[in-house]
Design a protein around this ligand. Structure first.
Ligand code: C2E
Ligand code: MG
Ligand code: MG
Length: 604
């Protein structure tokens, strides 16, 4: 061989020897004819006896399929297999991660094979950790909204709390967001529509928070929005310049989330309630902060929704107290601690009524009371709302209605023409939502023997303005022959011009107007206007909460048909009411003690 050719050959051999990839030339049965050092070092650990004569023998235990693959490959030359991954058994020299070899076999001609062997351990590890990262991301992402899920929210809140402990100037706020009446959307438009709304809410939160971030370069870290599940979201406002910033941020989020949602060509209206925990109140761990934020959110809902409330530690007491009332109330129902008192409603426009007391009761309003074993007489404002929330309002309402109807019929039997002619009973939102409610009312009318026309159910504006199912139920109630009254008129949002929309025959003007009737011309105008509009719609008016004779005179002069208030009588027990009706009770010596309202449910 000429010198130059020998040198070129030597260079080639060096190149193949130093190549950072294993190369082996074998016969078709695997007998090794040439092998470079990289191959030798990769394959030697597999050799049992320390010899490396045959590739297939060396790989027998880890890749027994190779000889068959070669045997089955018919063409004279070409790729027999490419990048076959061969994990090596652990426990040899490599005790950390499993080593993985990659083997490709090329048929060079009818008698020779070329195998390319490489160590792909690192590549496999990279792939595996990429997969693990993707799996982990999936486990930390809410699939519906693509937002961080509960686990991430907790982590981030925890991190913020810990950073707050070491950095006194660091300000953050946890905003707990819950939709108002989301169930209604699911019930009336289906769960798909509900899911769509949640997705749109997430988009809006993301957009809003990004906007804020862009507009405010001083914000260091990213604000975070995540979904806890259901219709509950959490926003973590990070690196606030001052705790006051949270108010504008919360209001902006409320506004953006309160815009209508277009789903399947329909506009859905939804508001959210928000509870806010500021850094100063986040004294426990992430779970405690989220719990406190949710307590504040419930307060926001209780206040009517569509607002945010900042958490205060005193809310814990209120929540605990509410829980106590709830369990006591369950007992009250079975232990006969509830009873009903009756407040007369008198006719104002007859000559004898307001001037010549005791007046004949045109009607009575049934009002529930609770004789609590330790707290004494509990007024309804302290437990009707709780009964609503914990699903007990149906049982409470049924008790009041049944008791009052039976009592009313008894008065008619025992008092004859002196008996009240109309019984008013208050209704709650939760009762009207119950599909069996109309049947329950008609059952009580039947069992008590009461005429439907003598029963009036009182509803509030917000209740009457509810969705179609409530409207339908009110119509069904009226079909029984009873009438409806609009209670506390003037305290809601509806104006006089919407009075005609309510299916009621009586409007009860709220005490807040009546109490100003003497002192404020403005309130007198409002009362008079209400009386006029109601009269034009064929509705009667009742002035509520008349406390003085001067007020009684005023509302009479303004045209109110009936009046109700302490000036005539306080709510009375059934016995006292009967005495009042027959003129034996001086109304000025009215039952001022709440205990005097206790109702033994017997009639003289
Ligand atoms: P409401 O239906 O507007 O009942 C009138 C309330 O005004 C009663 O309070 C009555 O005692 C009070 N009141 C009457 N005259 C005067 C007065 O001259 N001055 C003052 N300051 N107050 C007067 P009560 O019994 O505490 O009931 C409060 C509310 O609780 C009721 O307001 C009603 O919304 C609700 N409620 C009472 N009983 C029931 C019930 O059986 N079921 C339901 N769902 N709600 C009830
Ligand atoms: Mg009422
Ligand atoms: Mg009222």
């Amino acid at each position: 061989m000429p010198a130059e050719a020998a040198a070129a050959h030597e260079r080639l051999m060096q190149f193949l020897y130093r190549a950072p990839i294993g190369l082996v030339e074998t016969t078709l049965d695997g007998t090794i004819e040439m092998i470079n050092p990289m191959s030798a070092s990769l394959l030697m650990p597999l050799s049992r006896d320390g010899d490396l004569d045959n590739l297939f023998v060396a790989l027998r235990t880890v890749a027994p399929q190779l000889p068959d693959m070669v045997g089955a490959y018919e063409p004279a030359s070409g790729s027999v297999c490419e990048s076959v991954r061969i994990p090596l058994p652990a426990g040899r020299d490599f005790d950390t991660a499993t080593q993985v070899l990659s083997v490709s076999i090329l048929k060079l001609d009818e008698v020779r094979l070329m195998a390319v062997v490489s160590d792909v351990t690192l590549e496999v590890q990279r792939e595996q950790s990429g997969l693990a990262r993707r799996l982990d991301a999936a486990a930390r992402t809410d699939s519906l909204t693509r937002m961080p899920n509960r686990a991430v929210v907790r982590d981030l809140v925890q991190r913020a709390i810990e950073r707050g402990r070491s950095e006194p100037s660091y300000q953050f706020a946890v905003l707990f967001i819950n939709c108002d009446r989301f169930k209604q959307i699911n019930d009336s438009h289906g769960h798909l529509a509900g899911d769509k709304v949640l997705g749109l809410m997430a988009d809006r939160m993301r957009a809003k928070l990004r906007l804020r971030d862009r507009g405010n370069r001083t914000v260091g870290n990213e604000p975070m929005a995540g979904r806890l599940g259901g219709d509950e979201f959490v926003v973590l406002l990070d690196d606030l310049r001052s705790p006051e910033d949270v108010h504008s941020a919360a209001q902006r989020l409320l506004n953006v989330l309160g815009q209508p949602y277009t789903v399947a060509a329909q506009q859905l209206h939804l508001t959210v309630s928000m509870g806010v925990v500021l850094r100063a109140q986040a004294t426990g761990d992430a779970d405690a902060a989220l719990q406190d934020a949710s307590i504040a959110m419930v307060e926001a809902k209780r206040a009517g929704g569509a607002r945010y409330v900042v958490f205060e530690p005193s809310m814990h007491e209120r929540t605990a107290r509410r829980g106590e009332v709830e369990s006591d109330l369950r007992r009250a129902l079975t232990a006969n601690q509830l009873f009903v008192v009756y407040q007369p409603v008198v006719a104002l426009q007859t000559p004898t009524s307001a001037d010549c007391l005791p007046a004949h009761a045109a009607g009575v309003e049934a009002l529930v009371r609770w004789r609590h074993p330790t707290r004494g007489i509990v007024p309804p404002v302290e437990f009707i709302g709780i009964a609503e929330e914990c699903g007990m309002i149906g049982a409470v309402g049924e008790f009041v209605l049944a008791t009052a109807c039976h009592q009313f019929v008894q008065w008619q039997r025992s008092l004859g023409r002196l008996a009240p002619r109309l019984l008013a009973v208050n209704l709650s939102r939760g009762q009207l939502g119950d599909p069996g409610f109309v049947d329950m009312v008609s059952g009580i009318l039947r069992s008590s023997g009461m005429q439907a026309a003598q029963l009036q159910l009182e509803i509030t504006e917000s209740l009457a303005a509810q969705d179609k199912s409530v409207q339908d139920r009110l119509r069904d109630l009226k079909m029984l022959g009873l009438s409806l009254a609009l209670d506390d008129f003037g305290t809601g949002y509806s104006s006089l011009s919407s009075l005609h929309q309510f299916p009621v025959s009586t409007v009860k003007i709220d005490r807040s107007f009546v109490s100003e009737a003497v002192s404020s011309a403005h309130h007198r105008v409002l009362i008079e206007a209400t009386v006029r509009v109601a009269a034009s719609l064929g509705m009667a008016t009742v002035a509520e909460g008349i406390e003085t004779q001067a007020q009684a005179d005023r509302v009479k002069q303004l045209g109110c048909d009936k009046g109700q208030g302490y000036v005539f009588a306080r709510p009375l027990s059934a016995v006292d009411l009967a005495l009042w009706l027959v003129g034996k009770v001086d109304p000025s010596a009215k039952s001022t003690s709440p205990l005097a309202e206790e109702n033994p449910l017997s009639v003289p």
